[in-house]
Design a protein around this ligand. Structure first.
Ligand SMILES: [Zn+2]
Length: 339
């Protein structure tokens, strides 16, 4: 792979208190402030990038987060998500699929973490009790049971019948038209929809095990997509790629915020960027079985684009060093504190 033109230091230095920060452009970089205080403020620093990925999203206004209705509905029905399929439609439509993924996955993680599986479990346990009583009632009037009763509820009702009446009937409603028997039967019938939800819950719903398993894969996906997104943001800095003299002129025209952001872009070391690119597997996209075909194509497009940007980046490295010096000088001239 030609991309790897820099050797990476294997004996990774264990730096104590290595910090990362979020700059004004929402990019996460290693913080280098040692002598001077960092311009980005203490609250935008953390020891892991991951912490900051979460923080950026949590601090952004809810209406900007573009949380998908279909995702929210799945969360409300099951207490968790089975896959990312509910995001497919949106991913197909937007030019920024990774932002949609990261934002929605983070939302789902938070939602699921706050949910207590015990509450839902208790709710369905109570329903099972109630429904078993209804089954018992119908049996005690010697009426036939409707078909759609979940197996375990049917079983429990039969046990109650055996336990309490030992095979004797209260009355034979089908023969003597005992109204109480038909009322009991109607009650059981009215539970049909809930029986369906109960079965769904048993199969896909929110148990402690499912909560943990869901959070595991969601967090893995979140880490990956937010890393790829951040790496992409680092690489897509237009004037990385401009002619040196043009870039020098551009520096003078940037406002203070942009200038600080640019300084961050230039200060990051080549090794670090290469490591980030490697960690994103050179932006090679593996289609996901839980996204639609169209959404996968959209994702591949994004990854392919970034892959070629990464290739382009490597040939522009030498001038970055020169430019970082220029930007540093300009910041000092304006009296802006820099790290
Ligand atoms: Zn900093």
């Amino acid at each position: 792979m030609s991309l790897l033109i820099f050797s990476i230091d294997n004996k990774e230095q264990k730096e104590v208190n290595k910090m990362y920060h979020v700059n004004n452009e929402g990019k996460i970089y290693p913080c280098r402030a040692v002598v001077r205080p960092c311009p980005y403020g203490k609250e935008w620093h953390a020891e892991t990038k991951n912490e900051l990925y979460h923080k950026i999203l949590q601090e952004s206004p809810p209406n900007e987060r573009e949380i998908e209705d279909s995702l929210l509905r799945e969360l409300q029905a099951l207490g968790r998500v089975k896959s990312l399929y509910s995001l497919s439609k949106r991913i197909e439509e937007v030019p920024y699929p990774l932002e949609i993924l990261v934002s929605n996955i983070e939302f789902a993680i938070n939602y699921i973490e706050r949910k207590d599986p015990k509450k839902m479990e208790r709710k369905w346990d109570e329903f099972k009790e109630e429904a078993s009583e209804a089954v018992y009632n119908v049996l005690s009037y010697n009426l036939d049971l409707i078909d759609d009763i979940p197996q375990d509820i049917r079983q429990k009702g039969r046990e109650l019948f055996k336990e309490r009446l030992n095979g004797r009937y209260v009355s034979f409603a089908a023969v003597n038209g005992d109204k109480k028997g038909f009322v009991a039967n109607d009650e059981l019938k009215s539970m049909r929809n809930k029986f369906r939800d109960y079965e769904k819950y048993k199969k896909f719903g929110f148990t402690k095990e499912k909560k943990e398993a869901t959070l595991r894969w969601l967090k893995r996906d979140f880490d990956r997509f937010s890393h790829d997104l951040n790496t992409s943001k680092i690489l897509t800095k237009p004037f990385f790629y401009e002619d040196l003299d043009v870039a020098k002129k551009t520096i003078k025209t940037l406002d203070d915020y942009e200038l600080l952001g640019a300084y961050d872009d230039y200060l990051v070391s080549d090794d670090e960027v290469v490591k980030d690119i490697m960690a994103s597997n050179y932006f090679k996209y593996e289609p996901r079985p839980d996204l639609s075909r169209e959404a996968n194509l959209k994702m591949k497009e994004w990854y392919d684009r970034n892959r070629s940007i990464a290739k382009n980046w490597e040939s522009h490295v030498p001038r970055r060093v020169l430019l970082s010096i220029e930007i540093g000088k300009e910041l000092d001239r304006r009296g802006i504190s820099r790290q």
